[in-house]
Design a protein around this ligand. Structure first.
Ligand code: URA
Length: 425
């Protein structure tokens, strides 16, 4: 007979869990037979002692089996999904899904809400008046057939074991373990039924993985898990040491995404959107498609307008604007030398763009505009950050968070590359 105490002891002592032990513990935890205290201990044992590739594969498979899996075969076109491990100012899903849909590839983006310093795609889209994130499986399939892109909430029936475990990891400081992150992300993505998955694994202060070697290990683990389940999985490792683009915060990020869809927008956001689109299109068997052209000639914007309208959004309605703003200005001439992504994320969160606890509302207009970013010249008195909030008592905490986290240098500086590496099977 398998017991939770035996499973915990095996991992605590650095042993390897059998397939039967893993299947049992995930099933029993989902049903409430294994208590949160026991699962916390097991998560900490995995955090400290790691897990072997076979254990991670079994853990992922057991979490997939804890719930339903979507069958997207009725869509009738290749279905490719993208997942980012999360970063500051990462709004790429918004322009990317309609962009890839232009090429007759279906993009089912089942997304989440933000927690902590990284924003959630659903929160961003909900800042568009009327936009609905709750859809049935039948509605998702219909929209994929008609328009090709859907961005909606993942149903609680997909990988319920992960939903419970992720919430537990969040309050037991066991999130940042590669076996647990890789299985958590991939069980949901595989259960979503896509033919291929493209991963954007972030590296740097604003990401889970602060260093390159860890991020690469995470990417390799996820690519292998996808392959185990017959899903073509590839990953880009991308820089998250400075914020992506020039905005962090829900409606501010939607505005920037629309600029990208109109053929403009910040260079780094465009570069990453196009690079991920190329990976997705190659995985869908369309390596010669030219996504940059579809951003410039309005086709991606047309697909965006159709997607937003199909989900009830008023595509031409003004986006929410925060009631108050304050600016942080440069105190010297020079060049922006550094800007810490994590600090910008925390400051945006403190302004009201994010939530502290699940279920809290967010302020749609809150966040940060970055008027001068790394590498750009600046003069004393020019605005570097514009902070937005509905609750001005939050300005002080946001300013305190940013203090000392960006610097001006005398010499011209250059931001490093966005795309650091690529991992394929
Ligand atoms: N995102 C997830 O879905 N799971 C993790 O463990 C980390 C990030």
């Amino acid at each position: 007979m398998i017991t939770a105490v035996d499973v915990i002891r095996t991992k605590r002592d650095g042993g390897e869990l059998s397939t039967a032990q893993i299947d049992w513990v995930i099933d029993a935890y989902t049903k409430g037979v294994v208590a949160d205290e026991q699962m916390s201990a097991l998560a900490m044992a995995i955090f400290l002692n790691g897990a072997r590739p076979r254990e991670i594969a079994d853990w992922t498979a057991a979490m997939i089996r804890s719930g339903i899996t979507l069958d997207l075969s009725a869509v009738g076109k290749p279905c490719v999904d993208k997942h980012s491990t999360g970063g500051v100012g990462d709004k790429i899903t918004l322009p990317l899904a309609p962009l890839v849909a232009v090429f007759d590839v279906a993009v089912p983006q089942l997304s989440g809400r933000g927690l902590g310093h990284t924003g959630g795609t659903l929160d961003k889209l909900e800042s568009i008046p009327g936009f609905q994130v709750d859809m049935t499986e039948a509605q998702v399939i219909e929209q994929l057939k008609d328009i090709g892109a859907v961005i909606c909430a993942a149903t609680g029936d997909l990988a319920p074991a992960d939903k419970k475990l992720y919430a537990l990891r969040d309050i037991t400081s066991t999130v940042e373990a590669i076996p647990l992150i890789a299985s958590s992300i991939m069980c949901k993505k595989i259960a979503e039924g896509a033919d291929a998955i493209v991963l954007d694994v972030k590296v740097g202060s604003g990401a889970f993985m602060k260093d390159f070697a860890q991020a690469r290990e995470l990417a390799e683990t996820m690519v292998r898990l996808g392959g185990d389940h017959g899903v073509d999985t590839r990953a880009l490792l991308t820089d998250m040491s400075i914020p992506l683009g020039r905005t962090a915060g829900n409606a501010l990020e939607v505005r920037e995404s629309v600029e990208v869809l109109a053929g403009g927008g910040p260079e780094d956001v465009v570069e990453l959107t196009v690079a991920l689109a190329k990976e997705m299109l190659a995985a869908a068997g369309k390596p010669d498609a030219d996504p940059a052209a579809a951003l410039n000639d309005g086709r991606a914007m047309d697909a965006w307008r159709k997607m937003i309208t199909a989900q009830g959004g008023e595509v031409d309605a003004p986006l929410p604007v925060a009631r108050e703003f304050e600016e942080i200005k440069a105190d010297a001439d020079g060049f922006i030398a550094e800007m810490d992504a994590y600090a910008v994320g925390v400051a945006a969160w403190r302004l009201g763009a994010g939530r502290e606890r699940q279920g809290q509302p967010v302020q749609f207009g809150a966040g940060i505009e970055i008027l001068k970013t790394v590498g750009e010249p600046v003069k004393a008195g020019e605005t570097v950050f514009r902070l937005h909030t509905d609750t001005p008592e939050r300005f002080a905490a946001a300013k305190e968070t940013l203090a000392g986290e960006w610097t001006i240098g005398a010499e011209p500086s250059k931001r490093g590359p966005i795309i650091l590496d690529r991992v394929t099977a």
